[in-house]
Every structure is written in structure tokens, then in C-alpha cells.
Design a protein around this ligand. Structure first.
Ligand SMILES: C[S@@+](CC[C@H](N)C(=O)[O-])C[C@H]1O[C@@H](n2cnc3c(N)ncnc32)[C@H](O)[C@@H]1O
Length: 304
């Protein structure tokens, strides 16, 4: 893989992690795929790559996510980075789902690790994974095929997707926000708000902002160009600014956090507006947590 050589990651940690990784197996996997042909299956010619994405290296890989090296090396490395255990951390997002969705969108889905778990958790739901990198989508689609999971993959920018308004009951993003400048985070949150039905939920799994503020050396290790900006920010406040209610962040093993917010149901003349008027199709949404009773949520309009 084409890497820059001056980060602590590349100088010290990568050799250690690499000793745990079956590099020969990865090379065989990489060689088994015609990446240009396969990525062309996903590539949408009208997707414009933002500068923050193309002008930075991520994780020491030159060219960031727009190459097959990123797609092949992402999972083997991530399993050692998400402590205490990748599945435990990702499961925290699944456990925080308060709706029973019929349509789910995973923004910045990468190689689809969380997307696959969402489909396993909600097998009846139509699950979409969206990413700017067609190479990551090749890997994601391959994983879904091998796991026999029917997931839709979309090349696109999470700031401006082409999905209609109110198309999803659940929008998720795992490990996306620490890789985007603040202004992009806010744009993605605005778009998520647009995409959700009233009463729908957004869930963001990412680094714990309080913890990251104390770990400035992390940027040098992993070459994360925007992680300081992310750490110094306040995701709860950003969700509030985007219009979400019932915003809260829970720690996930000190180093990560899951942030949840709900798109409120408009209240007219003291009454919650008819939920069906705000959704493309009526859904049988249930919420299993009474913490959300303070504001409009579909469960209180439909199910009870
Ligand atoms: C650190 S990876 C996380 C991947 C995956 N969600 C996970 O949990 O492992 C960040 C991903 O976000 C994607 N990405 C970054 N900015 C994006 C944007 N504006 N729209 C869509 N995807 C984006 C990158 O291509 C990359 O695949």
C-alpha cells in the first residue's frame, strides 16, 4: 500500500499491527479483484469529490480513500483500533436504535461493517450504505455478498444525497465525523435531518470528544487531519443546531461515543400532526425506550 513514511503510525505502530495481519492473504485478496472495473460499477460520474477529502491523506495512505489499498487495509487495521473490540463498539450503535426502521441509511459506510450489522439487526428493513469512495463500496458489496445480505450501496456525498426528503426512519454514521471538517459535519447533519421522517432517529458512532481532547498525540499516530477539529467541537450542540431533539451522547468504553437525536414531529395547534402526512409510507414504528416521551415520536401516534 502506498503510505507516507513520516507518521508515528508508519514508523512505529504499523510494523507492530502488521505483524498480526496476514499481509500475504491481503495481497491475494487485492489481486483477486479488478478494482478499476469493479469500482466503475459503483462510480457515479456526477459525484463531485470535496477538497477536504481529496487533498488530505487519511491513516497515512496517500490519496486517502480513493484507491484499493484503503479498501483492502481498512478492516484489518480497524479491528485493532476500536477498543476493546470492534464488534462491541459497533454493537453500541445498534443497541441505541430506538425505532423499528423500514428504511435505514448508513452514511460514510466505508467497507460496510456497521451497515452489515444494521441489516442483520433489521432483516426486514431496506438498508442503504453510501460512501464517497467507490473502492470502499467494492469491498462493502463483496462482504455483503459473502454474508448473503441484501444491502443497497450508493456512491454519493453525505452532504447532498439524492434521496427524497423523509425517506428513512434511521440514519447512521460510524467513524465518519472525525474525518470531516466542522462545516461538513453540519452539512451532513442538515442533510440527515432532511432525509429522516418526523420521529426518525439519527445515530452517530465516533471517537469520544471529551477523551480525544486529552489525546492530542492521536493525530500524529493515525494521520487524522480533522480529528482535532472534531475533538474540540460538541456534537450534541451540532445536532441541536440541525433541529434534532432528545440529543444525548453515551460513552462507549471511554474512547468512543454514540450520539442520538430525533427529528421532532411538528406540533400544530397543540396537536401532533398526522404522522402519515410526513412519511412516504406508513410505518409500524415502535420505540422501546420511554425516555423519548417528551416530544413527538411515531410510537405515540401510531402504536399505543
Ligand atoms: C473512517 S471511515 C468509516 C467507515 C465505516 N463507516 C466504518 O465505521 O468503518 C470514513 C468513511 O467516510 C467516507 N466519507 C468521508 N466523507 C464523506 C462524505 N462527505 N460522504 C460520504 N462518505 C464520506 C470515506 O470515504 C470513508 O469510507
Amino acid at each position: 500500500m502506498a503510505t507516507s513514511k513520516d507518521t508515528i503510525w508508519e514508523k512505529f505502530l504499523s510494523p507492530v499491527v502488521r505483524s498480526f495481519i496476514d499481509e500475504e492473504g491481503l495481497r491475494r485478496y487485492a489481486d483477486s479483484i479488478d478494482w478499476e472495473q469493479e469500482s466503475d460499477r459503483w462510480r457515479q460520474s456526477d459525484v463531485i469529490m470535496p477538497l477536504y477529502y481529496t487533498e488530505q491523506n487519511f491513516h497515512g495512505i496517500n490519496g486517502g480513500y480513493l484507491n484499493s489499498s484503503a479498501a483492502v487495509s481498512y478492516d484489518p487495521i480497524t479491528q485493532y483500533v476500536l477498543l476493546p473490540n470492534e464488534n462491541v463498539v459497533r454493537q453500541a450503535l445498534i443497541d441505541a436504535v430506538k425505532v423499528k426502521p423500514t428504511r435505514v441509511l448508513d452514511l460514510g459506510c466505508g467497507t460496510g461493517s456497521t451497515t452489515l450489522m444494521l441489516k442483520q439487526a433489521f432483516p426486514q428493513a431496506e438498508v442503504w450504505g453510501l460512501d464517497l469512495s467507490p473502492y470502499m463500496l467494492v469491498r462493502a458489496a463483496d462482504k455483503a455478498r459473502k454474508a448473503d445480505l441484501d444491502i443497497h450501496w450508493q456512491h454519493g456525498n453525505a452532504e447532498t444525497t439524492k434521496f427524497p426528503q423523509g425517506n428513512f426512519e434511521l440514519v447512521t454514521a460510524s467513524l465518519l465525523f472525525h474525518e470531516t471538517p466542522r462545516v461538513i459535519c453540519q452539512a451532513i447533519l442538515r442533510e440527515s435531518f432532511r432525509l429522516l421522517v418526523p420521529g426518525g432517529q439519527i445515530l452517530i458512532l465516533d471517537g469520544n470528544q471529551k477523551t480525544l481532547r486529552q489525546l492530542s498525540w492521536l493525530n500524529d499516530i493515525f494521520e487524522e487531519p480533522y480529528i482535532r477539529e472534531y475533538a474540540d467541537d460538541n456534537l450534541d450542540a451540532r445536532l441541536g443546531a440541525a433541529g434534532f431533539k432528545a440529543v444525548r451522547s453515551e460513552n462507549v468504553w471511554w474512547i468512543n461515543q454514540v450520539t442520538s437525536g430525533i427529528k421532532p414531529i411538528p406540533v400544530v395547534n397543540g396537536n401532533m400532526q398526522d404522522y402519515a402526512r410526513h412519511t412516504p409510507t406508513p410505518i409500524n414504528t415502535t420505540i422501546d425506550n420511554n425516555d423519548l416521551e417528551d416530544f413527538g415520536s411515531p410510537v405515540f401516534g401510531l402504536v399505543r
